[in-house]
Write a protein that binds this ligand. Sequence first.
Ligand SMILES: [Cu+2]
Length: 110
Amino acid sequence: MKYIVASLLLLFSTSAFAGNQYLVKVEGMSCPFCAHGVEKKVKEMKGVASAEVDLKSSIVSVKMQDGIILPEADIKQAIADAGFSFKSIETVKNTGGDHGHKGEKSDGQP
Ligand SMILES: [Cu+2]
C-alpha cells in the first residue's frame, strides 16, 4: 500500500512539471491597459493556466495547463487580436532544481 501511495505521489509531481511555461515578447505595450488587454486575450486561449504581463520588459509569461503545449501560431494570433505585435517566444525550462529534490529536504515539514 505504501508503495502505491509513493508511486502515485511520484506520478503527481511528474505531471506537475508538464505545465509548460513560456516567455512571450510583445511589442507595443506601453501602459497597464495594454498589458491588461494582452493578458485577457492570452488567458482566453485554450490550455492557458495563467498569463502575466511584465510591462517593463514587455514580456508575457504564460503558464500552460499540465501537458499542454502552446503553439506559436496561436499565441501570435492572440497577441495580434489584442492589437500588438508578437516578437519572440521562449520556453522556460523547468529544471526542477529547487522543487524536484524529493526526500532531500522538506522545509521543516516532518
Ligand atoms: Cu496602453
